[in-house]
Design a protein around this ligand. Structure first.
Ligand code: WQD
Length: 383
């Protein structure tokens, strides 16, 4: 897969992590095709044929006339997936970010989560196999670790399927991809044997490569201030909620619990700048390229985290500093399902992906504030 020739399909490419990943890929010399059903973005505001998130990417690249190939489609719609692979025979890998991602909502609509995240991914894997595209980078989550026994969390920490339907979908999909990779090795071995028996050369390669990226807490926005997170309705995650408080759309933050066994009683998370997170996807693709050229095909999980724990109160203070005034908050009861500490051990990703989170907490807060200040209504704000 030579980089200049490689075209990458990014599912969920108009979403928060997906759109930053599309930008990083284009900046690194890849070509990109985007699939998104636009269900969690106001990106479709204005000209629906070109989602606003993609227009902003073109603007950052100063390539406003070069449209990024885009398909408004759902991953559960298999015929639509087939049409994309038919139209783009040059797709050589898929970065799979599409999916439903609200922990709270997943408890209320579990079947939607199982359908989109699991059935959708299975359809995607089937169509990829049909079109001989056997490289995937998958958006997984630190939520697969549940309430881990050790901090920082290494990749071989036990995976649990007990936290939420959302978390379970990530666990199941990780297993599905891994099983599919293992099966592809068996298929290849059988094929090679068959060819040998015929005295023919084994010209095809059925083996899969996959990287499961376990994101910790992506936060911040692109430093340009024109691209960022654009959740629909009241955000459930800490950083977009704080940003809405700062811009005056919400009155105050509610801190969920101050009785955890942590330094200030609030939960610790490993916040990761979204641009670093996006770069992690490019690093993962490059790792697959390196491995395949050395004859290695595997499925492996990596933590995408900074390796630094930050409490909710630390985050309120850091973001208040970026905004230039104290942001109002109240302490309330714990949120069901939260665990005290999720901090990554990122050393495996640092070493094997040649990747490291390089942006600071202050940059994360300043970039988020620039985005929110310039775009108080997300992509509905006309720039
Ligand atoms: C962070 C901390 C809250 C909101 C989840 C998913 C994970 C990933 C990101 C992907 C916690 C506290 C929050 C608020 C608060 N999903 N908080 N008041 O729960 O670590 O991770 O989102 O897309 O897979 O599990 O992120 O931002 O919701 O919470 O006090 O209004 O902030 O209790 O300690 P979380 P979060």
């Amino acid at each position: 897969m030579s980089r200049k020739a490689a075209t990458i399909l990014v599912t969920g490419g108009c979403g928060y992590v997906g759109s930053h990943t599309v930008l990083s890929l284009l900046q690194s010399g890849y070509k990109v095709v985007v699939l998104d059903n636009l269900s969690n973005t106001s990106s479709k505001a204005g000209d629906a044929a070109v989602p606003e998130a993609l227009k902003r990417i073109q603007k950052i690249l100063s390539k406003e006339d070069e449209l990024i190939p885009f398909y408004a489609a759902d991953i559960t719609d298999k015929p639509a997936l087939v049409r994309i692979f038919e139209a783009h025979p040059d797709i050589s890998a898929v970065i799979h970010c599409a999916g439903l991602k609200s922990v709270g909502q997943s408890g209320l609509k579990p079947l939607d989560y199982y359908n989109v995240n699991i059935t959708g991914t299975i359809h995607l894997l089937q169509v990829m196999e049909e079109y001989n595209v056997r490289r995937m980078v998958f958006s997984s989550s630190a939520t697969v670790y549940g309430d881990p026994p050790n901090i920082p969390i290494p990749e071989d920490s036990p995976i649990v399927a007990s936290m939420s339907p959302y978390g379970r979908t990530k666990v199941f999909v990780e297993h599905a991809i891994k099983d599919f990779c293992v099966a592809s090795e068996v298929k290849q071995a059988g094929y090679v044997k068959e060819q040998e028996a015929k005295g023919a050369k084994a010209e095809k390669d059925y083996r899969w490569s996959a990287i499961l990226l376990r994101y910790f807490n992506p936060a911040g926005a692109h430093p340009s201030g024109i691209m960022g997170e654009d959740p629909q309705g009241v955000p459930s995650n800490l950083m977009p909620y704080l940003a809405q408080v700062a811009v005056g759309n919400l009155e105050k933050l509610t801190v969920f619990g101050q009785d955890y066994p942590t330094k200030d009683g609030t939960c610790i998370r490993d916040y990761l700048h979204v641009v670093d997170c996006a770069e992690g996807h490019v690093a993962a693709l490059e790792k697959i390229e390196r491995d395949e050229s050395a004859g290695n095909f595997e499925c492996k999980a990596y933590n995408l985290g900074a390796g630094t724990g930050c409490s909710v109160l630390d985050m309120i203070h850091a973001f208040s500093k970026a905004v230039g005034r104290d942001l109002p908050y109240v302490i309330s009861a714990r949120r069901p399902g939260d665990v005290p500490n999720l901090t990554a051990d990122p050393r495996l990703a640092n070493k094997e992906l040649n990747w490291k989170a390089i942006k600071t907490l202050d940059e994360m807060c300043e970039d988020l504030w620039r985005w929110q200040r310039n775009n108080p209504s997300g992509y509905r704000t006309l720039n």
